[in-house]
Design a protein around this ligand. Structure first.
Ligand SMILES: *Cc1c(COP(=O)(O)O)cnc(C)c1O
Length: 432
């Protein structure tokens, strides 16, 4: 391990105290740096592409609060819209026009979505969509993919990727077998395996849910024909296709992965970007399916704070910023520069690596690859990643603290930020 060259005394004090107050000292597991070693830094504030920790160190950020900060942290237009919304109160628990505005934007943007329901997190959206899949098809089983994460609900905690993988837990204690008995899994990018599951479980499979581009097992894009194949198989078997676009929605393209790849699922879950940094999730899809949700239909799902005015405001403003011409070209260009640069640096310094980027999402695995699924991803050298991560942190670069997480860029990242990041990577990798 490289010696710590930055001063992090206050971070250490605060995190040490936190460990007595909250399990592992965090509100969400990956934040604790378990898989990269060392202590996490404690944030004080964020702005644009940057983070400042409580000791006053500045970092270039490639986590973007796990995705929402696609316009850059604390974008002045988002902040001022929030200030104005705040004056009118923090929560209504009743209809507001802001919900209509964001709903229309989501429906206009995302090909599969004809109606939408707002919730408070991606986890909630995925839980609700599962209930809806089962209700609509009157079937119980679902197919998910190894390494894909769909939130922390019981039914999905089977081979669930990053957070769980990071801790080395195959599953979670406390999840009853009855909850996961109907969850079938297949390797990502393996159509034959999906076909076999459909054959073995004829007329029992409600649908297939997946990350159309995986971010929670590291960055793994779909092979050519994979999404098309799933669309055909689900049609053929009377099952629903669900894209979990909590990560990819408004990031891979304005209309998400379904726009990027031209495959329209029946239902879609979203979160992260549509909340602009406030707690929001959403699910939507075909009108005939969504009409089953209460109170239009019998499938129950509710939320005290759902559709709250602050979250809607941050979401609306974020999407408005993303609609500006050239946004996704800029994200694509800057991210490709980073991802290609990292691979080149790894090659020059003699480290086996593979990775890539799509729009504002990128990844780097310390393995020669190629990585098509979670099994391939697990061949990556996590010890090396841990040392790389620490080295980058000490040089003012904040990467996701796990080999099994995708990286995120934003509209605030400049060419200079990328060049500085690549120089740091060269420095670190030369020393490993
Ligand atoms: C982050 C994420 C979730 C869970 O969202 P939360 O808001 O953390 O509950 C679900 N699915 C995918 C693909 C995600 O990336």
């Amino acid at each position: 391990m490289v010696n710590t060259t930055i001063k992090t005394t206050k971070s250490q004090e605060i995190f040490t105290a936190a460990q007595n107050l909250m399990p592992g000292g965090v509100s969400s597991p990956v934040r604790a740096f378990k898989s990269v070693g060392g202590q996490p830094i404690v944030f004080d504030r964020v702005n644009g592409a940057y983070i400042w920790d409580v000791d006053g160190n500045k970092y270039i950020d490639y986590v973007g609060t796990w995705g929402p900060a696609i316009c850059g942290h604390a974008h002045p237009e988002v902040i001022s819209a929030l200030h104005a919304a705040l004056e009118k109160g923090t929560s209504f628990g009743a209809p507001s026009v802001l919900e209509n505005v964001l709903a229309e934007m989501v429906i206009d943007a995302v090909p599969s979505i004809e109606m939408v329901r707002f919730v408070n997190s991606g986890t909630e959206a995925c839980m609700a969509v599962l209930r809806l899949m089962r209700a609509f098809t009157n079937r119980e089983k679902i197919i998910k993919f190894e390494g894909c994460y769909h939130g922390h609900a019981d039914m999905f905690l089977v081979k669930a990727g990053s957070g769980v993988a990071t801790l080395g837990l195959p599953d979670s204690p406390g999840v009853p077998k009855s909850a996961t008995r109907s969850t079938l899994t297949a390797p990502y990018n393996d159509l034959e395996a999906v076909k076999a599951l459909f054959e073995e479980n004829r007329d029992q499979i409600a649908g297939v849910i997946l990350e159309p581009v995986v971010g929670n097992a590291g960055f793994i894009p779909p092979d050519a024909g994979f999404l098309e194949g799933l669309r055909e198989l689900t049609h053929e078997h009377g099952a629903l296709l669900v894209f979990d676009e909590v990560m990819t929605g408004f990031r891979i393209a304005y209309g998400g992965a379904q726009e990027k790849f031209g495959i329209t699922p029946d239902l879609t879950t979203m979160g992260k970007v549509i909340g602009g940094g406030l707690p929001v999730g959403a699910y939507g899809g075909r009108r005939d399916i969504m009409s089953m949700i209460a109170p239009a239909g019998p499938v129950y799902q509710a939320g005290t704070l759902s559709g709250n005015p602050l979250a809607m405001t941050a979401g609306i403003k974020t999407l408005e910023l993303l609609q500006k011409p050239g946004t996704y070209e800029q994200l694509e260009r800057i991210t490709k520069k980073l991802a290609d640069g990292l691979l080149k640096v790894a090659q020059e310094t003699g480290h086996a690596a593979c990775g890539g980027s799509i729009s504002a999402m990128f990844g780097l695995f310390f393995t020669s690859g190629p990585v098509h699924n979670y099994e391939d991803a697990k061949k990556a050298d996590t010890t090396k990643f841990g040392r790389f991560h620490r080295g980058m942190l000490e040089r003012g670069i904040y990467l996701a603290p796990s080999q099994f997480e995708a990286g995120f860029t934003s509209l605030a990242h400049t060419d200079e930020d990328i060049e500085q990041t690549l120089a740091a990577a060269k420095d670190v990798l030369s020393s490993l």
